[in-house]
Design a binder for this molecule. Sequence first.
Ligand SMILES: [Zn+2]
Length: 87
Amino acid sequence: MSKQSDKRLYFPVGEVERVEYPCTKCNQGFYRYTPDGERIEKHNQMQHNCTHCNAVTFFTIPYPALKYKNRIFVDWETIRGRASEKI
Ligand SMILES: [Zn+2]
């Protein structure tokens, strides 16, 4: 996307933190949202796989997420699967 076609305005917020969920099985990787994974409709949970051991778990929000002023935000890069490097 070129800058000229982007009509949005951007305001700096600062101090945004990236929220990762460490894997409790291997303690080496992080759980990352799997875009084409399973989804538990009943609880609205999304599949995540560990970057190291590929363990599967489910969360209601896709990680890695962003945190700003104690609110958790969804990262569009995560939804697109960029964070897990699976495009
Ligand atoms: Zn793991």
